[in-house]
Design a protein around this ligand. Structure first.
Ligand SMILES: Nc1ncnc2c1ncn2[C@@H]1O[C@H](COP(=O)(O)OP(=O)(O)O)[C@@H](O)[C@H]1O
Ligand SMILES: [Mg+2]
Length: 425
């Protein structure tokens, strides 16, 4: 079969790579893809924009593609799955109604309240004065969140009341565009963060291997939040007992309520979790798609052919899919970013050492790269996700860092402490 992957990040490179691993896949097309998918044997980039739903439908129909896999949240929130299904295509990715679980934090909070899913206590505000008045009596730290999609920049964990007030004002002054017309203010949770991505057909929900992410730019998890600077799976913070709780208390009730609301949800439901020191999982947020860079460590461990899983979701027969098979191994991903990210950064720098890195046994997933005149150049803030699988966590991490040492581009920056929590434990 042939399939289409929509998106241009490391997640989409990993999806395309994993799909092509299985003998059932003849060809992958990627819209618009990146330098990694451009150079991946069996994969072809198509120069269409992510919001060109008509163009995407046309190429999928003309090429007889059996499945469209949507990577990023924005097109899902804009209704790409609804549009493509109306054109008769099979889609992995929720409808616009389902994507609200990520695209509106207030909507997600209301869903969690109704389904009695454990999450931080929260209030929603539509004007600054009321939000600021409410803040005065709240214990610190306190979390202020712009309601909508804000590319990872809409959340402030405020240590002082002044910082909380500033975050509220920034949102209502339009710093996050329409995303800030509503603000969620919630209690601050403590513990360790982890991600459980689950695949669902809207009836059945199956968790994937739990992963942990380093969101901050600086070593020791300090500094500004980013899209993610490194990940690993599995993570010792999610024990089998905790994963059972996530399934029973979070994933199952969420899917049951979406179904009750007649929302067609076929895709990934990603639970961003805080695990308390007592081992209780609480939802920080839901995402409506594969995580990036969690996908880069989860997929290399999956033994079941990926297209079987995605098709079972899209065709609503996940209950009859045999249990997922996983490699008894660990995976780690270290992100190489352009210096300055997540603020302003350069683009266009040529990247050297990709073959040497692969020769060390790593999978180098491209995030922000482009193929130009036969060479790979940086084109985004997060440039590469250097990933390795190993028998143990330490082996995986060692290989990833050994491969990273082969790679070079001007202003390149990466954290040298990915996995420090695991190494401490
Ligand atoms: N209630 C909370 N308690 C503690 N930390 C939080 C809370 N909500 C969010 N955070 C922190 O802020 C980060 C971003 O928040 P999140 O809700 O995941 O928004 P987004 O990913 O859309 O930016 C989280 O990964 C977490 O580190
Ligand atoms: Mg998040």
């Amino acid at each position: 079969m042939k399939a289409l992957v929509v998106g241009n990040g490391g997640r989409e490179h990993a999806l395309a790579w994993k799909l092509l691993e299985s003998p059932g896949i003849e060809e992958i097309m990627c819209v618009p893809g990146n330098g990694g998918t451009a150079t991946l044997p069996g994969c072809r980039n198509l120069g269409l924009a992510l919001d060109d739903f008509e163009g995407i439908a046309r190429v999928a129909l003309v090429n007889n593609l059996s499945l469209v896999v949507v990577g990023p949240e924005q097109p899902l929130a804009d209704g790409i799955a609804d549009y493509l299904s109306q054109q008769g295509l099979l889609v992995f990715g929720p409808t616009q109604a389902g994507a609200q679980i990520e695209a509106s934090k207030a909507w997600a909070k209301a869903l969690m309240a109704e389904a009695q899913i454990p999450t931080a206590a929260a209030r929603v505000f539509t004007d600054a004065a009321a939000a600021i008045a409410y803040l005065q009596a709240q214990p610190l730290p306190i979390v202020v969140k712009a309601d909508g999609l804000a590319a990872g920049k809409g959340v402030t964990v405020a240590q002082t009341r002044a910082a909380a007030v500033a975050a509220v004002e920034a949102a209502f002054e339009g710093q996050f565009g329409a995303a800030g017309h509503q603000v969620v203010i919630e209690a601050c949770l403590t513990g360790q963060e982890a991600s459980v991505l689950a695949v669902t057909d809207g009836d059945t929900i199956v968790p994937l291997m739990p992963a942990q992410d380093h969101k901050q730019i600086g070593e020791g998890d300090t500094g500004a939040n980013t899209g993610g600077m490194g990940t690993y799976a599995p993570t010792p913070v999610i024990t089998p007992e905790i994963l059972d709780k996530v399934q029973e208390q979070i994933l199952e009730p969420a899917i049951a309520l979406l179904k009750q609301r007649e929302i067609d949800y076929r895709g990934v439901l990603y639970a961003g979790l805080m695990i308390s020191p007592e081992g209780e999982p609480t939802v920080i947020e839901f995402n409506c798609r594969f995580g990036d860079p969690e996908t880069q460590v989860v997929l290399p461990l999956l033994e079941t052919p990926l297209e079987e899983v995605l098709l079972a979701c899209a065709e609503k027969r996940l209950a009859s899919l045999p249990p997922l098979r996983w490699r008894a191994a660990s995976a780690a991903c270290v992100v190489a970013a352009a210096g300055g990210y997540p603020d302003s950064y350069q683009k266009g720098m040529p990247i050297a050492g990709l073959d040497a890195a692969a020769a060390k046994g790593a999978l180098v997933f491209h995030a922000g790269t482009q193929l130009k005149g036969g060479h790979i150049a940086a084109s985004g803030g997060r440039v590469l996700g250097v990933t390795a699988v190993g028998e143990t966590f330490d082996n995986a991490l060692e290989t990833a860092y050994a491969a990273m040492a082969e790679i070079e581009f001007d202003t390149m920056y990466y954290r040298r402490d990915i996995g420090f929590r695991v190494r401490q434990s």
